[in-house]
Design a protein around this ligand. Structure first.
Ligand code: ADP
Ligand code: F6P
Length: 472
């Protein structure tokens, strides 16, 4: 712990993530990680390292650009690296396993080797850019091997890892070939952060049961004599800013056009990446049941589904499935002058989405499993406090631990979801206000900056030095 001295807060922050959202004009970034970290880094400065998003013929050294005090260093992936590391092992094995959907896994042994190799390549490219007192913060399931790769290259400084996605029960984690070694690799860091207490406990059980770690305290594990702290840091949004954006958007054209097209129809809204974890087909089935029971022209659902990871087979199949289901709903229940479902398979600007959320009588956020789900928090923030809409939320989203006044549903139960949506549509104003006030109280004081600062404080040399020493 040299250099930074007493004010550990002054050491440089180095963020490493698979995707690096280098600011370019106004393009919206669909994805929780980018949204959460961008503000923090722009305020603090530092270095952000990761994949450029581009696929190139051959590996080349990092490309560095400076934007508002942040250095963005990125490397391209080769076609084979992208296929094995990103499409293959990260999104074809780890993502479904971590979300408890093993039937969507598609494992090829060479993909695991490529995953490990790309993690080592990240370390090789990053290490020459590091300073001795940097605090390194690695993000998400693409980079589980990176902490070990950094240690192997002599990096001794504070290194943290945050998992944005859930972690399943030990037996469910064990279905991913290679997970044992990856859990050992990630335990090479000093601090591991999770969205919820249950993710942390599940990870600890896996580390102990399959990776040889021992528990040395409530929040402490040890592997090979090295202590690791496990913390819970639920991801947050900038709620007051989002609320102001949503209110301002009522005057903007997209919200005005949408409002005009609705006339007296109550709007139900879904906003997701087009991802198998988001429960979109199940949600559409619930909506079909609601629409079949209500008078034509009394309601409309807008589902915005931004295409994501389109090279992964399960995502291609999902796109087809959703298109087919949406067509069936409209052909079965539509009228010459009215279609119940509006499906957009493309992202919308973040501000526009905020306005749509404020117009929606019901926010339908029903992932099968989700680390946090920021959309749920955004929907709450976007409401008009005098006349708020109702959040229908999956109990399997991390956000359900905080937004307990939402109508919590089981996303596998279409009928239960349909009943909750009907209850939301019929809910009296007083109950809507009471539920909304509870939800707002849970998010109003939080911000992504606060979330990040809390993690970074726990990663400061001072906080780490206070940890119980191995063996005590
Ligand atoms: P994930 O990280 O799995 O994508 P989250 O709900 O945590 O899920 O975060 C998604 C972020 O991306 C939110 O800020 C949300 O507003 C944004 N987003 C998701 N889908 C869309 C979309 N279809 N269009 C525009 N923004 C989107
Ligand atoms: O939150 C999960 C996550 O993988 C984030 O890391 C990422 O920002 C988002 O989903 C989008 O996914 P991708 O980077 O694969 O497009």
């Amino acid at each position: 712990t040299s250099g930074g001295g007493a004010g550990g807060g002054m050491s440089r922050i180095v963020v490493v993530s698979n995707r690096v959202p280098v600011p370019q004009g106004n393009a919206g970034q669909a994805g929780g990680l980018a949204v959460a970290l961008l503000g923090l880094m722009q305020r603090r400065g530092g270095l952000w390292f990761g994949w450029s998003g581009a696929v190139a013929e051959a590996a080349s050294p990092p490309n560095l650009v400076q934007r508002s005090g942040v250095g963005y260093a990125t490397i391209d992936l080769t076609e084979a690296e992208h296929r094995g590391y990103y499409t293959g092992y990260s999104n074809g094995v780890l993502w479904p396993m971590l979300h408890g959907l093993p039937h969507l896994m598609s494992f090829r042994r060479p993909d695991l080797d490529t995953y490990r190799r790309v993690n080592r390549r990240f370390a090789d490219a990053l290490v020459p850019m590091l300073r001795q007192d940097d605090r390194i913060w690695v993000h998400d399931y693409h980079l589980l091997s990176l902490p070990a790769a950094l240690r192997q290259r002599g990096v001794l400084g504070p290194t943290g890892f945050y998992l944005h996605v859930p972690f399943p029960a030990a037996d469910a984690a064990a279905v991913a070939p290679g997970i044992r070694g990856l859990v050992q690799d990630v335990l090479a860091c000093d601090l591991l952060g999770f969205q919820t207490a249950s993710d942390r406990e599940n990870f600890a059980a896996t580390a102990i049961g399959f990776a040889g770690a021992v528990r040395t305290g409530d929040e402490m594990l040890e592997l090979g004599g090295r202590p690791v702290r496990l913390g819970v840091f639920p991801a947050e949004i900038a709620a007051p800013e989002f609320a102001a954006t949503a209110a301002a958007q009522m005057q903007a054209e997209p919200a005005r056009l949408l409002a005009r097209s609705l006339r007296e129809q109550a709007l139900l809204l879904g906003v997701d990446r087009l991802d198998p974890t988001k429960g979109i087909p199940e949600r559409l089935e619930a909506f079909r049941r609601v629409a079949a029971r209500r008078p034509p022209r009394s309601l409309a659902m807008l589902q915005i589904a931004a295409p994501s990871r389109e090279d992964v087979a399960a995502y291609k199949r999902l796109r087809q499935e959703i298109d087919t289901a949406a067509g069936a709903i409209n052909s079965e229940l539509g009228e010459p002058d009215w279609l119940p479902l509006r499906l957009l398979a493309r992202p919308q600007a973040r501000d526009t989405v905020a306005g749509f959320m404020r117009l929606a009588r019901v926010g339908v956020v029903t992932p099968l499993r989700d680390g946090m789900n920021l959309v749920a928090k955004e929907y709450v923030a976007a409401q008009d406090p005098a006349d708020p809409g109702v959040l229908v939320l999956s109990r399997f989203a991390g956000a359900a631990a905080q937004l307990t006044s939402a109508l919590l549903v089981n996303p596998h139960d279409a009928e239960g979801m349909a009943e909750a949506i009907c209850a939301a549509l019929d809910m009296p104003l007083a109950e809507r206000r009471a539920r909304w006030q509870d939800a707002w109280a849970a998010i109003a004081e939080t911000s992504p900056e606060r979330w990040g600062e809390e993690f970074l404080r726990a990663l400061s040399p001072e906080a780490l030095d206070r940890l119980p020493v191995a063996g005590t």
